[in-house]
Design a protein around this ligand. Structure first.
Ligand SMILES: *Cc1c(COP(=O)(O)O)cnc(C)c1O
Length: 359
């Protein structure tokens, strides 16, 4: 099997080897040290300020999104949220559920974020801004500098879902003055699912201190207090946290986040050039691509049928889309343990399907 989805993705041999080990008891100094090292490396790769903190929540990325809202926002806020696909829609649903006043900026699928989208909200008293840096469902990589500048001018607290872009595209949390960054273990961290990683700037720590979180399990006050000594309030996904540790050290040894972003960019470009070279019947649907994924609209066959065919007959997994994009869009990921030769195999499979007039 070759997995080109956007998560869970393929893991390195060292990460998989940890998965085969017994899961150890965790209230130990060894595990605490590992957790503090995880915090230090995430801070380094996310380019946080020194006084920022990182916590590891046992839930998927969506749990991290909800945790951020429940711990940092209140009914006194007035939030702006970008909705350009299914993950933006999730922020909208969460803000609605938690009764945070908000305005939604709806973008057409595949379209980039432009200054004119933000202009009407200038000086209107907004206090918070939420967006995906990369809307994975449509493969649109938003102009985060545009949003960061808006937030600095308007004193908005910025919550960034970087779940599918962290380690794939450059990200500098301190320069952007972002309050919260969220990612998940099964995207570019290329570990099994189960952990949401949250980097919290001092502005977030202040908000957390003042906000009543109506969920004990996801209360960041408790998570932060415990993480001071490298621990968690409840039993975390211990095995996944050990795998994250191996993976973060692998990235560090290979040149850090910059080298990992570069490696991902090379894979993405390799695949995109091959697509052009072979004139395959797919159109790239995004105006602004991330290195993480290539979103494609097949012009001659249902996207879902192509996904099924590749899975069942070639042992290759591309990433299907859901909802109203099920038949029109599929995605090819560039995250996880993948090499150029894997893309050669995918292109060969596409060429075979073309030869057989399936596409
Ligand atoms: C994958 C993803 C999520 C959701 O993560 P889960 O781990 O499936 O809960 C949220 N936002 C973005 C941008 C994603 O790519």
């Amino acid at each position: 099997m070759i997995n080109f989805t956007v998560g869970p993705v393929q893991s390195s041999d060292a990460v998989r080897a940890i998965g085969a080990e017994q899961v150890p008891y965790f209230r130990t100094t060894e595990f605490s040290e590992l957790m503090l090292e995880n915090e230090r490396l995430v801070k380094k790769f996310a380019h946080t300020t020194d006084d920022s903190r990182v916590v590891f929540m046992t839930c998927s990325g969506s749990g991290g999104m909800e945790t951020a809202i429940m711990n940092c926002l209140s009914k006194q806020d007035k939030a702006l949220v970008i909705n350009g696909g299914s993950f933006g829609e999730r922020f909208v649903e969460l803000l609605t559920l938690h009764e945070i006043p908000f305005t939604e900026i709806k973008l057409e699928h595949g379209k980039a974020l432009k200054p004119e989208h933000l202009a009407p909200y200038e000086g209107q008293g907004y206090t918070a801004f939420l967006l995906q840096k990369h809307e994975t469902s449509t493969g649109v990589h938003y102009d985060i500098n545009l949003v960061s500048d808006f937030c600095k001018r308007n004193h908005c607290f910025l919550i960034v879902d970087t779940i599918s872009t962290f380690l794939c595209d450059p990200f500098d949390m301190a320069a952007l003055d972002a309050g919260v960054m969220i990612t998940g273990s099964q995207k570019a961290l290329a570990c099994p699912p189960g952990i949401a990683v949250m980097a919290l700037a001092p502005s977030a720590l202040e908000r957390i201190e003042k906000t009543k979180c109506c969920c004990q399990y996801l209360d960041l006050k408790l998570a932060l207090k415990n993480q001071e000594r490298g621990q968690t309030p409840w039993t975390p996904a211990v095995g996944v946290l050990r795998q994250i540790n191996v993976r973060l050290k692998e990235i560090d040894a290979a040149g850090g986040d910059k080298a990992e972003v570069e490696r991902t960019a090379q894979l993405a470009n390799y695949f995109r050039n091959k697509l052009k070279e072979h004139n395959l019947p797919f159109e790239i649907i995004s105006e602004s691509l991330s290195n993480a994924v290539t979103p494609l609209h097949p012009t001659t066959q249902s996207a879902y049928e192509i996904f099924i065919k590749l899975k069942d007959e070639y042992g290759i997994w591309i990433c299907p889309n859901g909802g109203d994009m099920k038949d029109t869009v599929f995605r090819v990921g560039h995250i996880g343990y993948l090499m150029k030769k894997d893309y050669d195999q995918l292109i060969d499979a596409f060429l075979d399907l073309k030869e057989k007039k399936f596409i």
